[in-house]
Ligand binder design. Structure first.
Ligand SMILES: [Zn+2]
Length: 474
């Protein structure tokens, strides 16, 4: 006979046992697998994705890769060659154009960082105008959400032809996000698990290390990137789509009506055969053949600071360089300046010098010396950084040699630098107006700024300048 108390005990224990076994089989929620992608593309403006759509068409249609895209801005300051809307209304239009263009390739995960278009070639202006910290936090969040194997982005560097600070800002942010997303102390609130109280603030993401990062560039001379990464043919015919990759890319660009309506209407009126005939000549395509995805770096488990080199394909494993070429980070020279008074180019060039070292990108292609392209008749500024470790006040003289017909407007003369500090100067030079014919003939020119202390030369800063018909101001 079972006493009532015993029955009660069994009943309670039984319920407890059931509860325990239910707890044991309870599933922990994993990350949302719908958002996992193979490739994350990080660019600046709506239509920038067009720089790599021939490759994306290959990856999506023939390698069955998944892709998400991030745009730094919504393109509100661009021109509208189609209709009347401008400014914020234009941004609303261009966001949709970008989403539609991506959707044509099957890319339906598209985010915007909310940066403002910055009409400048200086990456530091763009980072300031976008809100660098907030943009980086959002991009790290998107990397942790999408968990890409590979990041593709604009090359962070200055080249003649790569004329937009916003493009470079996308490359800087993507590089920083590549290095931070797997760091558990970077933006830790993104990684904290939900709690009963205040849980809306905590995101429960997981750290993530993308495997490789590749860059692309608008530089006029694409041959300088040959051998620096994965070269692919844009004229090759997609096995699954039976069309060349460039044609798939051009068709995908058709929603960008505000940017090049005449071309889009012309392509839309041509069938595939006619468009291929029209584009068959050399130099007719938007893309160089082949195109190079410039290898940035690969993450190596257990040896993240060793340099690695690219193999044959974006999705092939990168391999470590021979031991004698490996440069562990702790052996890198200090970034801090020399011990005697010296002078070097400042501004974004100096920033990139440190950036490449800090992010393990010392093998990235760079121009032979500081160079820039500007419109004729505009002012070009040479940033000059005087580094002065000695603890005494000094007077420097800056002079400049400029090409015939160019004129120094401001920035030369005598300057006093306070003790134990350094100083940034800008020497500004007015470039001449040129006719269209003169512009075609013009070669790059060099501005040389000399710095001296009394009679003693401290050093020179050189800037190679190409005058070109378009582009944003320096
Ligand atoms: Zn752009």
């Amino acid at each position: 006979m079972i006493r009532p108390a015993g029955a009660f005990f069994l009943l309670v224990f039984g319920v407890f046992a059931v509860a325990t076994s239910a707890q044991e089989t309870q599933k922990i929620k994993g990350p949302d697998e719908r958002y996992k992608v193979d490739i994350l593309v990080v660019v600046a403006h709506p239509d920038d994705e067009g720089a790599v759509t021939p490759y994306l068409a290959r990856a999506i249609y023939d390698q069955h890769k998944t892709v998400a895209a991030v745009f730094g801005t919504r393109g509100g300051s661009g021109g509208n060659d189609y209709r009347r809307e401008h400014g914020p209304a234009m941004a609303d239009v261009r966001e949709i154009e970008a989403r539609q263009a991506c959707a044509k390739l099957g890319i339906d995960k598209v985010w915007f960082l909310g940066g403002k278009d910055t009409a400048s070639q200086n990456v530091l202006n763009s980072l300031a105008n976008w809100g660098h910290g907030q943009s980086l936090e959002e991009l790290v969040r998107i990397v942790r959400l999408t968990r890409p194997e590979v990041i593709l982005t604009w090359l962070p560097g200055i080249f003649i032809g790569e004329n937009h600070g916003d493009h470079q800002a996308a490359g800087v942010l993507a590089t920083e996000a590549f290095d931070l997303a797997n760091d558990p102390v970077a933006f830790p609130a993104q990684l904290a698990a939900a709690s009963k109280r205040l849980e809306p603030y905590l995101e429960d993401l997981t750290p993530w290390q993308p495997k490789k990062i590749y860059y692309f560039s608008d530089a006029s001379d694409q041959t300088q990137f040959a051998g620096h990464g994965f070269a692919y043919s844009v004229r090759e015919v997609s096995q699954s789509q039976k069309k060349p990759y460039w044609l798939l890319a051009m068709r995908a660009a058709q929603p960008h009506l505000t940017q090049f309506p005449e071309e889009i209407h012309r392509w839309a009126s041509l069938d595939d055969e006619a468009i291929q005939k029209a584009m068959s000549g050399p130099g007719h395509l938007w893309w160089s053949e082949p195109e190079t995805l410039i290898f940035g770096k690969a993450a190596k488990v257990g040896a993240p600071n060793l340099h690695v080199v690219e193999t044959s394909d974006v999705f092939a494993d990168a391999v470590a360089q021979p031991a004698e070429k490996q440069v562990p980070v702790e052996e890198l020279p200090a970034i801090s300046g020399p011990m005697k008074t010296s002078v070097k180019v400042g501004g974004p060039w100096e920033f990139y010098e440190s950036f490449r070292i800090k992010h393990g990108l010392r093998q990235l292609p760079v121009a032979a010396g500081p160079e820039i392209a500007v419109r004729p008749g505009t002012v070009v500024a040479v940033p000059v950084h005087v580094i002065r470790p000695e603890l005494a006040q000094a007077v420097f003289t800056l002079t400049a040699d400029v090409p015939a017909g160019w004129k120094v407007t401001v920035g030369t003369g005598k300057f006093s630098v306070a003790q134990g500090t350094d100083a940034q100067f800008r020497v500004e030079v007015q470039t001449p107006e040129l006719s269209k014919e003169q512009l075609k003939e013009t070669k790059p020119q060099t501005i040389v700024v000399h710095a001296s202390e009394g009679e003693k030369s401290v050093g020179d800063v050189k800037l190679k300048v190409q005058l070109v018909s378009g582009g944003v101001p320096q």
